[in-house]
Design a protein around this ligand. Structure first.
Ligand code: SDX
Length: 436
C-alpha cells in the first residue's frame, strides 16, 4: 500500500474537532481512506451494511474493473488464462502468484492428483442424508467433515499445514462433488483415476459406472476445465468474505471453506446459475421466445419480486468477461454435441439481446454475469441442475484458500469484528410476569 500525498479531512458541522485520514493507493483501482483510527478518535463508526464502499483488506490475488469488465488473476487477463492455461495452472498461479514452468506444473499436478481420494469413512457420512438432499446441503456437510479427518493439517498458522490443506481441498472437491451426485442417483462411487487430467478425472467420477469403460470426450473435458478456471476466484465476493471472516478466528481451513460453500449456495450469489436455468426452463415451458416480453415486464414490476437471474452484478457495470467466455464455451459444447439448435441456448441469447436493448436494464447497467450461460453449458455436458452450484464451489475452492492464506500470512491480520448502529430498545427493567 502506497501512502497518497492527498489526505482526507473529516469535519463536523457541530464544531467537533476535525480529523485527518490517510489515503492509500493500490497498484490499480480505487484508493482507500484509512479509517482504522476513526472510532478511537471520534467515537463514531462508519456505516456501510452491504459494504458498497468498503475495502475489507488489501490483496494481490484478483483485480476486477467493473466499468471496463476486466478480470485479472495475479495480473493475467481471464481471457488469456481461459485460452492458454488449464485449471491446475490457474490454481498454481492463484496460490503462489506466478504461472508454473513445465517442471513446476508437473510436480504440482502430481501432488494434487495424489490427494484425490477421501477417507473411506466419508461414504458413511453421506448415508446420513436423504437421497434427494440438495447437493449443496451435502457439500456443506462433507467439506466441514474433512476437518475431522485431517488433524495434521488444521493449524492455520502453520505454513506447511496451510499448504497441504490447500492441496487436499483442491484435490478432494471433485471427488466429493461426484460422490454427492452418485449418492443422489443411487449409483456406486467411482474412485479417482490419477492418470487422467483434473477435469477428465472429475467427468469420469461423475459419469462412469463399474459396468463399462468410460472415455471422457476431450471437448467436454476442456469445457469443464474452462468452467473451473472462470469460477476460480473473484476478489472479495460474499463467499470469499465469509471464508476470510470465518478463518480470522483461527479455525481450521476445512471449516472456513465449508462456510464459503454455505454462503455460495444463495441464489443472489453462486446459486444464481441453478436459478437461471430454472428461470429459462419456466419461460420455455410457458411458450419460449414468444413469452420473453411478458417475463421482462414481470421483472420490471418491483412488486413481482422476479429478477432476471444471471444478470446484474455488484461490481460489473459492463459485460462480465466470464459470461462472454462462457457463451463461447456454450457454442463449442453444443456444436460438439450437435445441439446448435438447443432451444434453451437460443432462448438465453434472445433474452440477453432483448434485455441489453431495454432501458430498464441499460439504466441500471445490468449485463449477463458468469451465471447466465454456465447453466446451459453444464446441462449440455450432462450435469444435473441442482449440482451447478456444487461445481461452482469446487472451482472456487482454490480462490477461497488463496484468499484465506493471504489473510493469515499477513502479520497485521486480526479477528474480524464489525460493529453496528444500535436502533433497538434502550435499558429497561424486567416486570414480573403478572404485570407484562
Ligand atoms: C455471482 O460478487 C461477486 O463477485 C459474485 C460472483 C463471483 O464470482 O463470486 O460474480 C458470482 O454471484 C454473480 C451474481 C449472480 N447473481 C444473480 O445473477 C442474481 C440476480 N442478480 C441480482 O440479484 C443482483 O444483480 C446482484 C445481487 C448480483 C447484485 O445486486 P446489487 O449490487 O445489490 O444491486 P441491486 O440489487 O441494488 O440492484 C440495483 C438495481 C435495483 O433496481 P432499483 O431498486 O435501483 O430500481 O438493479 C435491479 C435492482 O432491483 N436489479 C435487477 C437485477 N439485478 C439488479 N433487476 C432485475 N434483475 C436483476 N437480475
Amino acid at each position: 500500500m502506497t501512502p497518497s500525498d492527498v489526505k482526507a479531512t473529516l469535519a463536523f458541522s457541530d464544531g467537533s474537532p476535525s480529523m485527518e485520514l490517510p489515503i492509500y493507493k493500490g497498484s490499480i483501482g480505487p484508493d482507500v481512506i484509512d479509517i482504522r483510527k476513526l472510532y478511537a478518535q471520534t467515537g463514531k463508526f462508519t456505516y456501510d451494511p452491504g459494504f458498497l464502499s468498503t475495502a475489507s483488506c488489501n490483496s494481490t490475488i484478483t483485480y476486477i474493473d467493473g466499468d471496463k469488465g476486466e478480470l485479472l488473476y495475479r495480473g493475467y487477463p481471464i481471457e488469456q488464462l481461459a485460452v492458454n492455461c488449464d485449471y491446475l495452472e490457474t490454481c498454481y498461479l492463484l496460490l503462489y502468484g506466478e504461472l508454473p514452468n513445465a517442471d513446476q506444473k508437473a510436480s504440482f499436478n502430481d501432488r494434487v492428483m495424489h490427494h484425490t481420494m477421501v477417507n473411506e469413512q466419508m461414504q458413511f457420512f453421506l448415508r446420513g442424508f436423504r437421497r434427494d438432499a440438495h447437493p449443496m446441503a451435502v457439500m456443506t456437510g462433507l467439506v466441514g467433515a474433512l476437518s475431522a479427518f485431517y488433524h495434521d493439517s488444521t493449524d492455520i498458522n502453520n505454513p506447511e499445514h496451510r499448504e497441504i490443506a490447500a492441496i487436499r481441498l483442491i484435490a478432494k472437491m471433485p471427488t466429493l462433488v461426484a460422490m454427492a451426485y452418485k449418492y443422489t442417483i443411487g449409483q456406486p462411487y467411482i474412485y479417482p483415476k490419477n492418470d487422467l487430467s483434473y477435469a477428465g478425472n472429475f467427468m469420469r467420477m461423475m459419469f462412469a459406472t463399474p459396468c463399462e469403460d468410460y472415455k471422457p470426450n476431450d471437448v467436454l473435458v476442456r469445457a469443464m476445465d474452462r468452467i473451473f478456471t472462470l469460477h476460480a476466484d473473484h476478489e472479495q465476493n460474499a463467499s470469499t468474505s465469509t471464508v476470510r471472516l470465518c478463518g480470522s478466528s483461527g479455525t481450521n481451513p476445512f471449516a472456513a471453506i465449508a462456510a464459503g460453500v454455505a454462503c455460495l449456495w444463495g441464489p443472489a450469489h453462486g446459486g444464481a446459475n441453478e436459478a437461471c436455468l430454472n428461470m429459462l426452463a419456466d419461460i420455455q415451458n410457458q411458450g419460449g421466445v414468444a413469452k420473453i416480453g411478458e417475463f421482462i415486464k414481470q421483472v420490471k414490476d418491483k412488486n413481482s419480486g422476479v429478477k432476471l437471474m444471471g444478470f446484474g452484478h455488484r461490481v460489473y457495470k459492463n459485460y462480465d468477461p466470464r459470461a462472454k467466455l462462457m457463451r463461447e464455451t456454450c457454442h463449442e459444447v453444443l456444436g460438439e454435441l450437435g445441439l446448435q439448435n438447443d432451444p434453451m441456448f437460443k432462448l438465453a441469447m434472445e433474452l440477453e439481446k432483448i434485455a441489453l436493448e431495454d432501458e430498464y436494464f441499460v439504466a441500471r447497467k445490468l449485463y449477463p454475469n458468469v451465471d447466465f450461460y454456465s447453466g446451459i453449458v453444464q446441462r449440455a455436458i450432462g450435469i444435473p441442475v441442482p449440482l451447478f452450484t456444487a461445481i461452482f464451489a469446487l472451482a472456487r475452492t482454490v480462490g477461497w484458500i488463496a484468499q484465506l492464506n493471504e489473510m493469515i500470512g499477513d502479520p497485521e491480520y486480526k479477528i474480524g469484528r464489525p460493529r453496528q448502529l444500535f436502533v433497538g430498545a434502550t435499558s429497561r427493567d424486567v416486570k414480573p410476569i403478572g404485570q407484562r
